[in-house]
Design a protein around this ligand. Structure first.
Ligand code: ZN
Length: 411
C-alpha cells in the first residue's frame, strides 16, 4: 500500500514503542526509529516471523508495564510452543472499533441479531465477533461452535439475522436447514465468514441455501484477531483498516515487494498497538493488492480474497504455482476432474513440471487430445509449459490437504 508521511510517522512511533519489549530490544539492536526516513529504509528492516514470536514465549512481546494488560490471546500453534499476545484496554477498544466497522461495511445495524458460532477462549475468533457487534449496538447471541440442534433452535426462536461462522460450519448449517426443511423459519440475511481459502462453488452453495449475502472477514490473532479487514457489498476484495495497520505484499522467496497488483505474501505492521506491536509480520497468506478505488467509495485500500498459504507455493521458471491457481485452472477445462498431482523435477539444468490429472475419458486417442488441450491452456493461463498426463478417475491418491498435491523434488 501507499506510504504517506503520516504512515511513516506512525511506523517510527511503532518501532520506538516495540523496542520497549524484550523481543524487539534484542531483534532491533542497533536500529533506531529515527533511522527510518523512507519506505526504502523501512523495507530494509528484518521481517518478524511466527517462530520469532514463539521464541518470545510467554511474554517477550510485552511493550508496556504489565499492569496495563487486560487480556491475553494465543494463536493456535500446530507445532509446539504457542504464541501469546497481550492486549491493553486500548488494544481491545481499537479492535472493537475495527470490527464494528466491518459490520457496518457489511450493512449490519443495531437492529440486527448476530449469531456467533466461532469458538471462545484463548483464540480470538468468537470474542472478536462479539466485541464488534456489541460496539455496534446489535444483539449478540454468543453460541460458540457445535450442537447443531441448539444452534438451529436459537436461530429460529431468536430470529438471528446475521451468521458469523467459518465456511465449513456455515455449509454444515446450510445443509441441516435444507435437510430439515426449516428455511422459511430462518431469518438470516447476511453471513460473515472468517477468511480462508474457499472455493467459489462452496460460496455459491452457502449463499443459495442460507439465502444470505456473504462477506469475507480477515484477521489473525497476532494482529488483534479477525476484523482488520472485510469485503464490501461489491464483493471485490477486502478493505483493510489502514489507519491501524500498514501492509506490504512481498515475494515469499526473495522478500522484495511485488509489482502493483501481483500476488505475494501479506506482511503487516501495526501502527497503534500497545501491548504487543509487530513490525513487518509475515502472515504467510497469499493475496494481491487490488489497484484503484472500490465502487463503494471507501477510502480504505483492498486486498484480494486469500488465494492460499505461501508455504504451499512453489516457483517454477520464475512463475508462482500454488494449489488455488491449479484448482481454478482445472475447473475451467472440460473432461478434467478436480483431482491432480504436480511433480516438479530438475533434469539437465531445467525445471520440469509434470501434471497428472484425472479424466473420465478412456480412449488412448481421446486422452492424447485432452493432454494437448491441457498443455496449451496451462501454458496460456499459468505461463509455463507442463508435461501433462491423463489418468483414470480414482487413480491418484486422495489427500485432505491441497498442498500435498504439489511435490517439489528439486532440492
Ligand atoms: Zn468496497
Amino acid at each position: 500500500m501507499e506510504m504517506t508521511d503520516g504512515t511513516l510517522d506512525r511506523i517510527r512511533e511503532s518501532i520506538a514503542h516495540a523496542k520497549k519489549s524484550d523481543f524487539y530490544a534484542g531483534y532491533f539492536r542497533g536500529i533506531e526509529a529515527g533511522d527510518i526516513q523512507s519506505r526504502e529504509d523501512f523495507e530494509k528492516l528484518p521481517f518478524t516471523g511466527k517462530d520469532d514470536l514463539r521464541e518470545a514465549y510467554p511474554l517477550g512481546l510485552l511493550a508496556v508495564d504489565d499492569e496495563r494488560i487486560v487480556r491475553v490471546h494465543s494463536s493456535s500453534g500446530t507445532t509446539g510452543t504457542p504464541v501469546i499476545i497481550p492486549y491493553t484496554q486500548k488494544d481491545v477498544d481499537d479492535w472493537a472499533l475495527m470490527f464494528s466497522r466491518c459490520y457496518q461495511t457489511a450493512g449490519v445495524t443495531a437492529k440486527d441479531r448476530v449469531h456467533i458460532t466461532p469458538g471462545y477462549g484463548l483464540w480470538t475468533a468468537g470474542i472478536g465477533f462479539q466485541l464488534g457487534a456489541e460496539r455496534l449496538g446489535a444483539m449478540t447471541i454468543p453460541m460458540g461452535p457445535g450442537n447443531t440442534d441448539k444452534q438451529l433452535k436459537m436461530m429460529e426462536d431468536l430470529k438471528s439475522t446475521v451468521l458469523c461462522a467459518t465456511s465449513s460450519y456455515a455449509l454444515l448449517l446450510a445443509e441441516e436447514i435444507e435437510r430439515r426443511r426449516i428455511r422459511d423459519r430462518i431469518c438470516l440475511r447476511k453471513s460473515l465468514i472468517g477468511s480462508e481459502r474457499w472455493g467459489e462453488k462452496m460460496r455459491r452453495r452457502i449463499a443459495a441455501e442460507l439465502g444470505v449475502e456473504l462477506y469475507d472477514i480477515y484477521g489473525l490473532t497476532e494482529i488483534y484477531g479477525p476484523g482488520i479487514g472485510i469485503s464490501c457489498p461489491h464483493a471485490c476484495g477486502m478493505h483493510m483498516w489502514t489507519d491501524f495497520l500498514y501492509y506490504e505484499i512481498i515475494d515469499p522467496h526473495t522478500g522484495a515487494a511485488v509489482g502493483s497488483g501481483e500476488i505475494g505474501e501479506l506482511v503487516i505492521t501495526t501502527l497503534r498497538k500497545e501491548g504487543a506491536p509487530l513490525i513487518r509480520y509475515r502472515t504467510h497468506d497469499l493475496t494481491r493488492e487490488i489497484p484503484g478505488g472500490c465502487p463503494c467509495g471507501s477510502p480504505f485500500p483492498r486486498i484480494d480474497t486469500l488465494i492460499g498459504r505461501s508455504d504451499d507455493m512453489v516457483k517454477v521458471k520464475g512463475v508462482m504455482i500454488y494449489p488455488g491457481k491449479i484448482d481454478e485452472f482445472l475447473a475451467a477445462v472440460p473432461d478434467v476432474s478436480s483431482e491432480y498431482q504436480i511433480q516438479i523435477d530438475h533434469l539437465n539444468g531445467r525445471d520440469i513440471l509434470n501434471l497428472l490429472f484425472e479424466t473420465p475419458l478412456c480412449g488412448a486417442e481421446e486422452r492424447k487430445n485432452l493432454e494437448k488441450i491441457v498443455e496449451e491452456s496451462f501454458k496460456e493461463r499459468i505461463g509455463i509449459t507442463p508435461r501433462p498426463k491423463a489418468v483414470g478417475m480414482g487413480e491418484l491418491p486422495r489427500s485432505e490437504k491441497k498442498s500435498t498435491r504439489i511435490f517439489d523434488n528439486r532440492y
